[in-house]
Design a binder for this molecule. Structure first.
Ligand code: HEM
Ligand code: HEM
Length: 197
């Protein structure tokens, strides 16, 4: 596949980069304490924001379904590697949906007068958990994107508007690392297919 064919289209880039603004805003405006919800304007705003956030996450997910993972890769990517990336991407979507869903549940319980107790505690925990897990997954995601950029696979340039005159690395250490990595992925793939027989 040529590099031009392997670029993400404008809507995919707008979803990717536009969504980051929404996410960062959501994280920074976070509520510190449940008592803040006594302010009914804040409560309404939070609910409105969570619904918008959830709709955008879902639209993005369904829009992106049609595209190959590692769309920009110059070379065929080992299946196992592709699956790992898919698992990370799916987990990101899961967290990004769980965050507003649990937020909406907190709001629903609050309006029903449930402001403490074990059910409310577990929903609050789940809300915090989805936020924490999203940080970890995004850190892994950015790390993987940078690593791929260093290797010069073409995946970075398919999505990122900067530092994208991407060519395969000619550094001997990087080339050796890529060979080792591919060998490892192929071995895992062979192992899995041997189990299926
Ligand atoms: C500097 C920061 C970032 C870089 C360099 C980056 C880079 C990339 C690249 C290159 C892809 C395309 C992968 C492919 O073609 O398979 C991608 C996809 C994706 N990114 Fe990022 N990303 C960044 C930040 C983020 C953040 C903060 C989020 C979450 C809020 C995020 C969520 C995603 C998701 C969910 C996908 C998968 C899209 C799909 O195929 O459905 N990214 N990113
Ligand atoms: C997309 C929307 C939302 C995002 C991104 C978001 C994000 C966050 C984050 C990052 C935290 C801190 C978690 C922690 O430190 O463990 C938090 C806490 C909290 N959020 Fe949300 N939230 C959203 C929607 C909502 C909604 C709709 C409500 C309820 C109306 C809500 C109520 C709360 C409450 C009460 C806390 C404090 C939890 C505590 O006391 O530890 N959130 N939120």
């Amino acid at each position: 596949m040529s590099r031009m064919e392997g670029n993400h289209k404008l809507p995919a880039k707008v979803f990717h980069w536009g969504f980051i603004l929404l996410y960062v805003y959501g994280i920074f405006k976070q509520i510190d304490d449940i008592s803040e919800l006594e302010n009914s304007r804040l409560l309404i705003f939070e609910v409105f924001f969570a619904i918008l956030f959830l709709i955008i996450v879902m639209m993005r997910y369904f829009y992106m379904q049609q595209f190959e993972t590692f769309l920009g890769a110059h070379e065929p990517v080992p299946l196992v590697h592709k699956y790992i990336a898919k698992i990370i991407h799916k987990s990101m979507y899961f967290c990004l949906a769980l965050l507003p869903v649990t937020g909406l549940l907190i709001a629903a319980m609050f309006t029903q007068g449930i402001t403490d107790g074990p059910i409310q505690d577990s929903i609050l925990d789940l809300h915090g958990f989805s936020a924490d897990l999203s940080y970890i997954l995004i850190a892994i995601h950015i790390g993987a994107a940078l690593y791929s950029r260093i290797k010069g696979e073409g995946v970075w340039s398919s999505m990122v508007p900067l530092w994208n005159e991407e060519i395969p690395s000619t550094n001997t250490k990087i080339i050796k690392l890529i060979t080792l990595e591919n060998e490892y992925f192929n071995r895992v793939e062979n192992f899995i297919s041997s189990l299926k027989k």
